[in-house]
Write a protein that binds this ligand. Structure first.
Ligand code: SAH
Length: 308
């Protein structure tokens, strides 16, 4: 885990249930006698998230509609912290000392998780995009529930599911960073199979035909035509037209086998700097790719201009 991640230790269930009493009924002992919850139970996971967001990030009354993607907070935080390091690598300052950074979160989800974490940890300003109207409404509700964060996060509807930046970036807007956790499956059937596999790994027997558990997700949440690879290709293609609009483009890549094609696409797009940043939590290995069309000195000039 990233050294600044707040979730290095085991969850403090005493503090969490104090902040969120409705979590209490879900806490049980694992085989070693330590408190835990059933991670295959969507209600339990949602309440755990609400408690974690409240205790660690001062986010109040967080909820998501049933069946929508429920993020694992430590992993999402790791991406935010590593992205803060990436931004700081263009400056002489330590990570997180630029509270004026402006970030675009592509596909924010019902949870609006990256804006909540990034605004709280680093004071970043966010524009968060979403194609699913129900997810968007939930994101807006979650933002509004914590007024001091609400001023820093604006949610916008992306009208076209195949567009990434088009129609959501307004003329003259500039972003230090793009974050994205793309839909990664190629079809609804593949998404369902992936969910069943996750549940099997958790050792549950609930692998029936409609696995709408905490790994559930509606429609476009978990899949898009062509899956993660096609989403990234579209993102790279659109980014070519925005060399001076975004300082760093990034996206998670959940499937390692997609990396070579992504690297080739970035090469063909003539990205000036391409980085692959590993994220690791326990057994789970993940990564994000980052690219920019600006040289190191252009990025410094960009910063001076953006910050006046
Ligand atoms: N950021 C959240 C949700 C990731 S799931 C998290 O990490 O948990 C991917 C999200 O992208 C879904 O909510 C889906 O509806 C949305 N999405 C799919 N295509 C999109 C597009 N072209 N523009 C914006 N959002 C999109």
């Amino acid at each position: 885990m990233h050294p600044r991640n707040r979730h290095q230790a085991r969850y403090d269930f005493a503090a969490l249930t104090l902040a969120c009493p409705e979590l209490s009924g879900h806490v049980r002992a694992n085989p070693r006698g330590e408190p835990t919850i059933d991670f295959a139970d969507p209600v339990a996971v949602q309440r755990l998230n609400r408690a974690l967001l409240q205790v660690h990030y001062g986010v109040t009354a967080w909820t998501i509609p049933p069946g929508y993607l429920c993020p694992a907070i430590p992993g999402r935080a790791d991406y935010v912290h590593a992205a803060a390091d990436l931004l700081a690598s263009d400056t002489d300052h330590p990570p997180g000392t630029d509270p004026n950074a402006v970030v675009l979160d592509v596909g924010t989800g019902a949870s609006v998780i990256y804006p909540l974490l990034g605004a709280r940890e680093y004071g970043w300003q966010f524009v968060a995009t979403e194609i699913d109207p129900i997810a968007l409404e939930s994101a807006q509700r979650n933002v509004a529930a914590t007024p001091d964060l609400a001023a820093r996060i604006e949610c916008r509807r992306q009208p076209s599911p195949t567009a990434i930046f088009r129609d959501v970036i307004r003329p003259g807007e500039r972003f230090d960073l793009v974050l994205c956790n793309p839909p990664f499956h190629r079809s609804a059937a593949e998404a369902a199979a992936g969910t069943n596999r996750k549940l099997r790994n958790l050792g549950t027997s609930r692998t029936g035909s409609s696995p709408v558990l905490n790994f559930g997700g509606r429609g476009h949440e978990l899949w898009c035509p062509g899956g993660e690879a096609a989403f990234l290709r579209r993102m790279i293609t659109e980014s070519i037209r925005l060399p001076d609009t975004c300082r760093w483009f990034t996206s998670l890549v959940s499937q390692r086998e997609n990396l070579p094609a992504i690297e080739r696409a970035l090469g063909a797009a003539r990205a000036v700097d391409v980085r692959q940043i590993e994220l690791a939590q326990g057994q789970k290995q993940s990564r994000f790719v980052a690219w920019t069309f600006l040289s190191a000195s252009e990025r410094r000039t960009w910063l001076t201009r953006a910050r006046g």
